[in-house]
Design a protein around this ligand. Structure first.
Ligand SMILES: [Zn+2]
Length: 270
């Protein structure tokens, strides 16, 4: 698998800003779905580029658009490259937006899309630190613009599960096997495997302290010396290629489900 930005259907056919204003105006808006990826520029341990999260988003979406039907009427916006990465501040290379800045940017993009007549937007997120903010903004955008707003965090779809140990599935939350394998497969020379660490924080096993329930607030320095949580040493290009294809297939299913979904169908008819 080779990843080339601006090559493939995602970029050459479905990249929203490659269209002229006339082409955008001609898009049938009733079932058009606009995809806004939100990434991050933040430390990913000593072995991976700080662009990891945004790159992974582009790689997975490139694969998904390859698998989508040609006439899908689903359009890809440029990723917002920066996210809310305040939990990694102090680690070299981390560039974060404040929460209010990211909220304002996402809202401004949504309002602009509404002005162009679009009705459906999906916020695709590839960085855990953005999740809560984007969930909240989904509702704010719904209220402010009337857009139907969907949320997708590909990392939560389980597209890597069959290749991960149970410990890695639980604790490999940052720069571990999954992220390292995917970046290796896409951009092998951007990964420094000789520096790849393995570090599993001592996560409590009490249900009241579960990491995934966000039971306690943390910054990366609370969790880890190396800046990772997981095992990066077992990452391989072969796994990364297979994971990318699997995630791509799940993203396709999600996008088609969002596109077909009618908000009006939620309320029972009287
Ligand atoms: Zn990441």
């Amino acid at each position: 698998m080779t990843f080339n930005r601006y090559q493939g259907k995602a970029w050459d056919r479905c990249f929203f800003p490659r269209l002229s204003k006339l082409q955008v105006a001609d898009i049938p808006k009733e079932n058009a779905l606009v995809v806004l990826p939100v990434g991050a520029v933040e430390q990913h341990g000593p072995h991976m580029p700080v662009f990891t999260d945004t790159l992974i988003s582009e790689v997975l979406l490139t694969e998904a658009f390859e698998q989508l039907p040609d006439d899908a009427n689903i359009w890809l916006l440029p990723a917002i490259p920066y996210g809310k990465s305040t939990e990694h501040l102090g680690h070299a290379g981390t560039i974060t937006l404040s929460a209010t800045t990211l909220m304002a940017v996402v809202m401004d993009i949504a309002k602009s899309l509404r002005k162009s007549g679009f009705e459906k937007l999906v916020l695709v997120n590839s960085h855990g630190g953005n999740t809560d903010l984007l969930n909240m903004m989904g509702r704010e955008i719904r209220i402010e613009t009337g857009l139907a707003v969907f949320r997708l965090d590909p990392g939560g779809l389980g597209g890597a599960d069959e290749w991960l140990t149970s410990l890695e599935k639980q604790a490999g939350i940052h720069a571990g096997d999954m992220e390292t394998s995917i970046v290796m497969a896409a951009m092998p020379h951007w990964v420094h495997m000789e520096a790849a660490p393995t570090e599993y924080p001592n996560y409590p096993d009490s249900r009241y302290l579960a990491l995934k329930n966000r039971a306690f607030a943390w910054v990366m320095d609370d969790l880890s010396h190396s800046g990772i949580s997981g095992d990066a040493t077992v990452a391989t290009i072969a796994k990364g290629t297979a994971m990318t294809e699997k995630y791509g297939a799940y993203i396709v299913e999600a996008l088609l489900a969002f596109q077909a979904f009618d908000m009006q169908s939620l309320k029972i008819s009287k």
